[in-house]
Design a protein around this ligand. Structure first.
Ligand code: AKG
Ligand code: FE2
Length: 220
C-alpha cells in the first residue's frame, strides 16, 4: 500500500505557471519541481544500470533512420520500462502532467516515452529540435535532472533558444537534481553544452498519435 499519489512528487503549485509559459513562450523551467528523494533514487538506479552495462550509446533519428553520431550527441541511454518502483512513480508523475496539460491546453497528448541519459565527461548534444513540424508525433519534450551536487564548473548546461530567432539564447539550465524543463518539441531549438562531470537526466516526450494512411510513425 502506498500513502503517496503522483501529485506528491511534483510541485503542483507551479502547474498554472507551466501552462502559461508553454502557451506564451513555448518553454518552462523550474528548480525543485520534482521530489528530491525520488530523483535521488532514480539517480542511483541510473548508475546501477551503467555498472550492469545496461546503457546503450544514443543515436539520432528514429526507426530506420537511427544512426550513432558522436559528433552530434555523446550520451548513453536506457528506456524506462516500468522495471522499478521509482520508474513507475516517475511515469505516474508524467501521466498526471499529461492529463493536466491536456485539460489546460487541449493538446491531445496520449502517450509518454522516456529514457535515462548519462553524459560522460566531455559529452554534449549539439543544437537540435526534438521533432519536425508535421512529421513527428512528439509534441512536448521534458527533461528531469538527477545530479545531487552540480557545480558551475561542471558545465553541462542545457541552452534553450528563441523559436523565432534561433541564434538568440533564452535560457541556460544547470542539470541540478529536481530541476524540470518542458518545451514544445517542434518549436524550441536546444543544446547540451559539454559536461565536465557525469551528467544524469531523464528525457521524455509526450506524444500524439499521428499514424495515418497506413504510415506508422515509430515511437523511438
Ligand atoms: O539533457 C538535456 O538537457 C537535453 C537532452 C536532449 O535534448 C534530448 O535528449 O533530446
Ligand atoms: Fe532534445
Amino acid at each position: 500500500m502506498s500513502r503517496h499519489t503522483a501529485a506528491d512528487y511534483l510541485d503542483i503549485a507551479a502547474l498554472p505557471a507551466l501552462m502559461e509559459a508553454l502557451v506564451t513562450q513555448g518553454w518552462f523551467v523550474a528548480e525543485e519541481f520534482l521530489d528530491a528523494s525520488l530523483c535521488r533514487t532514480l539517480h542511483a538506479e541510473l548508475h546501477g544500470l551503467e555498472e550492469q552495462a545496461a546503457l546503450e550509446v544514443a543515436g539520432i533519428g528514429r526507426g530506420q533512420a537511427h544512426r550513432i553520431k558522436r559528433e552530434v550527441r555523446g550520451d548513453a541511454i536506457h528506456w524506462l520500462d516500468r522495471e522499478s518502483r521509482a520508474q513507475r512513480q516517475y511515469l505516474a508523475v508524467m501521466a498526471l502532467l499529461q492529463q493536466e496539460i491536456n485539460r489546460a491546453l487541449y493538446l491531445g497528448l496520449f502517450e509518454f516515452e522516456a529514457h535515462f541519459a548519462l553524459y560522460p565527461p566531455g559529452a554534449f548534444y549539439k543544437k537540435h529540435l526534438d521533432s519536425f513540424r508535421g512529421r513527428s508525433n512528439r509534441v512536448v519534450s521534458s527533461v528531469a535532472y538527477l545530479n545531487p551536487a552540480w557545480s558551475h564548473d561542471h558545465g553541462g548546461e542545457m541552452v534553450l533558444f528563441d523559436p523565432d530567432v534561433p541564434e538568440r539564447e533564452v535560457a541556460r539550465v544547470s542539470p541540478k537534481l529536481g530541476t524540470f524543463v518542458c518545451f514544445l518539441a517542434d518549436r524550441i531549438p536546444h543544446e547540451v553544452l559539454p559536461t565536465q562531470a557525469p551528467r544524469a537526466s531523464i528525457a521524455g516526450w509526450f506524444r500524439r498519435n499521428t499514424s495515418l494512411n497506413g504510415f506508422v510513425d515509430p515511437a523511438r
